[in-house]
Ligand binder design. Structure first.
Ligand SMILES: [Cu+2]
Length: 422
């Protein structure tokens, strides 16, 4: 029976594609799905959900009306790189050296106020104006303190600029600031590794929801940044990495570090760079090496998935035309139908649906309405369920057109790690 269903699905698709692409070029006949597919969609979507959670963490969530829902965060962040640990100990050392200068004047002030106050007993105040010996002392001691602090600080600044020469397997990322987003270019990871002209994989604002995309890093692998800017000066800052570096137009600044903990690490542009400076958020996700390589594969096919996403977004009040989605999927598969490519299509649909819930809805509207929930419930839990159902249905519409999806997912490691927000 499943075989009959698969064949009829393939036939319908072939007809749709032939109808839709007659003028645009040769049509694609999708291979018949394996008979095991009928049992797979549930686990397939669960696997994709796990990857969306991992690679596109919901750090800046909005509620249904578009107000931010901030997850708990602590004031002090644990350092997760050697650079951050060195910065932290240099900071404590400086604080300890300078602490007496903060306390001593206050103590002296209090002593003087109480000891030398006018008691009305006729004592005359002292008339001297300078005391050379004292002045030499209170110039020399702070000078000495600055000198003491500058020595370890200098070594930390030197240390964080360039990785040691013996560093193996260095990941290089060009970080470009622009008003108002970060652009990450993953060096030596190419869009098409076989092409003559090598173009590196990039991520910045995602192509459908225009939200800042995360930067993916690998646990235990050193990363070196070349920072620059396209317009004004920006600064890339993630406290847990101990990195705060200016991105300046016309030149490159460098910094390196090795993240040693899995998780999501937040940051922000810390150079007042214009009216939407606050939009320049930073989300870094530290994952295992195989997960990082998987993300690079996903990124490689991302732009090709945009027409399918557009086909899934009908004008307000209209339903999604099945033919348009099938046509877009067929066009995507025509360029390549490897399991990893099919997985990428399914992944990006799920990831876009996750991101769209972080885009403030138009005034007077709600996220439920934007997503096409017919009659949004008043209760927010019920509404979340309605949203989830609409999203699942739309994702299924695409997933059912991907015969090799189940197969490609079977090749993935057992479970994706869920990072903890820091
Ligand atoms: Cu900025």
């Amino acid at each position: 029976m499943p075989r009959v269903m698969s064949l009829s699905l393939a036939l319908i698709l072939a007809l749709l594609c032939a109808h839709g692409t007659a003028a645009d070029g040769p049509s694609v006949v999708l291979p018949a799905p394996p008979s095991a597919t009928s049992a797979a969609p549930e686990s397939a979507s669960a696997r994709i959900d796990a990857d969306v959670k991992l690679f596109n963490p919901d750090v800046y969530r909005l509620d249904d009306q578009g107000s931010p829902v901030f997850p708990g965060h602590s004031l002090f962040v644990e350092p997760v790189t050697e650079v951050a640990r060195q910065v932290l100990s240099a900071t404590w050392f400086s604080a300890l050296v300078f602490l007496p200068f903060l306390i001593l004047p206050q103590v002296l002030l209090l002593v003087i106020i109480f000891k030398f106050k006018d008691r009305g007993d006729g004592r005359a105040p002292a008339t001297f104006l300078t005391h050379h010996k004292l002045e030499v002392i209170w110039t020399a001691i702070p000078f000495l303190a600055v000198l003491i602090v500058s020595i370890p600080t200098y070594y930390v600044l030197e240390f964080m600029d360039d990785p040691p020469k013996e560093t193996k397997d260095l990941q290089v990322v060009t970080v470009t600031g622009k008003q108002f987003a970060w652009m990450y270019e993953y060096k030596r990871y190419y869009v098409d590794p076989n092409a003559d002209e090598k173009v590196c994989l990039q991520s910045s604002l995602d192509p459908v929801n225009q939200l800042q995309e995360p930067l993916l890093l690998t646990k235990g692998r050193s990363v070196s940044f070349n920072l620059t800017s396209q317009d004004v000066t920006h600064a890339w800052w993630v406290p847990a990495f101990g990195v705060k570096k200016s991105a300046i137009t016309g030149r490159f600044t460098n910094v390196w570090f090795t993240p040693d903990t899995l998780g999501v690490f937040k940051g922000q542009c810390v150079e007042l760079c214009g009216d939407k400076h606050g939009n320049m958020i930073i989300t870094t996700v530290v994952v295992e090496r195989d997960e990082f390589e998987r993300y690079m594969t996903l990124l490689r096919h991302r732009d090709d998935t945009v027409p399918v996403w557009n086909a899934l977004q009908p004008p307000a009040g209209k339903t999604v035309p099945a033919g348009a989605v099938a046509k877009a999927v067929a066009a995507f598969l025509q360029k390549g139908d490897s399991p990893e490519r099919q997985y990428a299509l399914s992944y990006w649909m799920a990831s876009n649906f996750s991101s769209i819930q972080r885009v403030p809805p138009p005034k007077g509207s709600s996220i439920a309405e934007v997503l096409g929930v017919a009659h949004p419930a008043d209760d927010h839990l019920a509404r979340d369920k309605q949203i989830d159902e609409v999203i699942r249905a739309k994702r299924k519409q695409v997933d059912e057109l991907l015969p090799a999806l189940a197969k490609s997912l079977a090749a993935l490691p057992a479970a994706a790690a869920t990072p903890i927000l820091r």
